[in-house]
Design a protein around this ligand. Structure first.
Ligand SMILES: [Zn+2]
Length: 264
C-alpha cells in the first residue's frame, strides 16, 4: 500500500511547474524503474487576449511576457522540458487558471483565500475528467497538491482528489513547494484546516533523483526568479528542504494519503 515508487501513477499539477517543484524526485524514480508515470497540468487552457484582465496583465509583466499567445507557448515549452527531464509525458487540460476565470479573482489576496462555492462544481467536473483520461489505468495512483499556501487552484485540485478517493482511487497529496519551503507553518495550518481529510504521511527517499528534480525545476526559466524570490540559490533551498524532510533517510518527499469526504 505504501510503496509509492511502483505501479501506475498520475501526477496532477494545477499549474505548469507544481509537480516538478514539489515531488519531481518521486516522478523521476518511478520513471527510472519503468513504471511510466504521467503528469497532467490542469489549468493549461488556451488564452485569448479578452481573458487577460488587469490582474493577469500585471502577472504577465512580472513573467516578462506580453501577449496571451506568447504566455501559452513559453509556459508549455518549459513544462514539456521539465517533464522530459523527469522522464514522464505531460498532458495539458483546457481549464483556465484562476487569474483568467472572469472576475472571480482580482488580487493575490483573493487568489489565496477560501474556495468559493461555484468552484466546488469545477472540482467534481475535474475528478470526472481525470478518471476518463486515456492515461487512466486500473489501480492508477493519483497525486494531487495538499493545498499548502491556500491557492484556490491548488485547493480545487485537492478537492478533485477527494472525489477520486471517494470513488475508490488511491490518492496521495504532495506538499506544495515553494510554499512548504518558505513557510513551514503553512503545512501545519493546512493540515489543521483539513482535519481528518488526510491520514498519516508517507516518506519517499529520493536519493540521486533529487538532481533530476532540480534540473526539471530549472526548466521553468520564466518562473524561477518569481517562484524563488526569497532565495538566490533555489537548488540549495530545495535540496535543504528535501534533506530536512527525510532526516535519517536522506533527501525525501512526503505524501499524505487523501481520505474520501465523510470518512475519519
Ligand atoms: Zn501552482
Amino acid at each position: 500500500m505504501n510503496n509509492l515508487t511502483s505501479g501506475p501513477a498520475l501526477f496532477i499539477q494545477p499549474h505548469y511547474d507544481d509537480v516538478p517543484l514539489s515531488c519531481g524526485g518521486t516522478v523521476a524514480l518511478l520513471a527510472d524503474r519503468g513504471h511510466e508515470p504521467r503528469m497532467v497540468t490542469v489549468f493549461a487552457g488556451e488564452l485569448v487576449d479578452e481573458m487577460v484582465g488587469p490582474f493577469a496583465a500585471w502577472k504577465h509583466e512580472r513573467w516578462k511576457v506580453t501577449d496571451a499567445e506568447q504566455v501559452l507557448a513559453v509556459r508549455r515549452a518549459e513544462d514539456a522540458d521539465a517533464a522530459r527531464t523527469l522522464g514522464a509525458p505531460v498532458r495539458w487540460l483546457g481549464m483556465p487558471d484562476a487569474i483568467y476565470r472572469g472576475d472571480r479573482y482580482k488580487s493575490d489576496h483573493e487568489l489565496f483565500g477560501p474556495l468559493i462555492g461555484e468552484e466546488l462544481e469545477l472540482a467534481i467536473h475535474l475528478a470526472e475528467e481525470i478518471r476518463h483520461l486515456p492515461e487512466w489505468r486500473e489501480g492508477t495512483r493519483v497525486f494531487v497538491p495538499l493545498g499548502v499556501g491556500s491557492h484556490v487552484d491548488h485547493q480545487l485540485v485537492f478537492e478533485a482528489g477527494r472525489r477520486l478517493a471517494a470513488q475508490g482511487a488511491q490518492v496521495f497529496a504532495y506538499e506544495d513547494c515553494p510554499y512548504a519551503i518558505h513557510s513551514p507553518a503553512g503545512v501545519a495550518a493546512r493540515l489543521a484546516a483539513l482535519g481528518g481529510a488526510v491520514g498519516e504521511p508517507v516518506l519517499v527517499p529520493i536519493g540521486d533523483a533529487l538532481e533530476k528534480r532540480l534540473d526539471a525545476i530549472a526548466c521553468y526559466r520564466s518562473q524561477v526568479p518569481v517562484i524563488f524570490r526569497f532565495t538566490a540559490d533555489f537548488r540549495r533551498a530545495v535540496a535543504e528542504f528535501a534533506i530536512r524532510t527525510g532526516g535519517a533517510s536522506g533527501p525525501a518527499e512526503r505524501f499524505w494519503p487523501v481520505r474520501p469526504p465523510g470518512s475519519r
